[in-house]
Write a protein that binds this ligand. Structure first.
Ligand code: DC
Length: 218
């Protein structure tokens, strides 16, 4: 593969919650010796910091100011917010419920997109996962994937990771999808030129092998 710029070394993975993006993204990054960035963790870090400071997530102006000033380090080792480990805290129900409002805040999206582009620059590209990575942040990515799975499968996987009731999780996933897809700025959708990868019934290695074969065709 020829690499002329850092976007030429970005593999963009988008798709709905629980589709297997993180598992596939991490495995793919290891196979290709690339770094991996979970951009959802960045939106969660902002939501977490707002809740901790008592800033209502619906106060768009204050949340935007917070996003611009916030010290966060998102890496495979974990998530550090304001110098403190927030790896587990950003996955709580409270943060999950608050994050859609943060993700719908355009100035926040602009700030986080700028940080994502900077990250790619500093890391010489990488596997980057989110909702708008191939469609907005890196439209010139080397490879764009839209990873999906049936709602039931996605709910079952989430319950396997964090527990809960499958029916309840399925309906909360459906609600979050609806909000992510109907958002004005960077709605969840397959980017132009993205390969749709349905992981229902597939193991991680099968998916990664398939993606590597797509990459070989580039
Ligand atoms: O992938 P996740 O569930 O951790 O993402 C958390 C939230 O952030 C979710 O509501 C979607 C949103 N998000 C986004 O809008 N854009 C991204 N690039 C990544 C996540």
């Amino acid at each position: 593969m020829t690499v002329s710029n850092m976007a030429g070394r970005v593999i963009a993975i988008d798709g709905p919650a629980g589709a297997g993006k993180s598992t596939v993204g991490r495995a793919l990054a290891h196979r290709l010796s690339l770094d991996y960035l979970d951009t959802g963790a960045m939106y969660r870090a902002v939501a977490f910091a707002a809740l901790r400071r008592g800033i209502p997530v619906t106060d768009h102006e204050r949340v935007a100011e917070l996003a611009e000033a916030l010290e966060m380090d998102v890496s495979e080792a974990g998530v550090v917010v304001d110098g403190q480990d927030a790896t587990a805290a950003i996955r709580t129900r409270e943060v999950t419920d608050a994050v859609s409002a943060v993700a719908a805040n355009s100035p926040v999206r602009e700030e986080l997109r700028a940080r994502q582009r900077r990250w790619a620059d500093e890391h010489g590209g990488g596997v980057i996962e989110g909702r708008d990575i191939g469609s907005v942040v890196f439209p010139d990515a080397l490879l764009k994937l839209f990873v999906t799975a049936s709602p039931r499968t996605r709910a079952e996987r989430r319950v396997g990771e964090i527990g809960g009731d499958v029916d309840e999780v399925e309906s909360s996933i459906a609600e979050r999808d609806r909000r992510d897809m109907s958002r004005q700025d960077g709605p969840l959708r397959a980017a132009d030129g993205a390969y749709v990868v349905d992981t229902t019934g597939l193991g991680v290695d099968d998916v990664v092998d398939h993606v590597i074969s797509l990459l070989d065709d580039q």
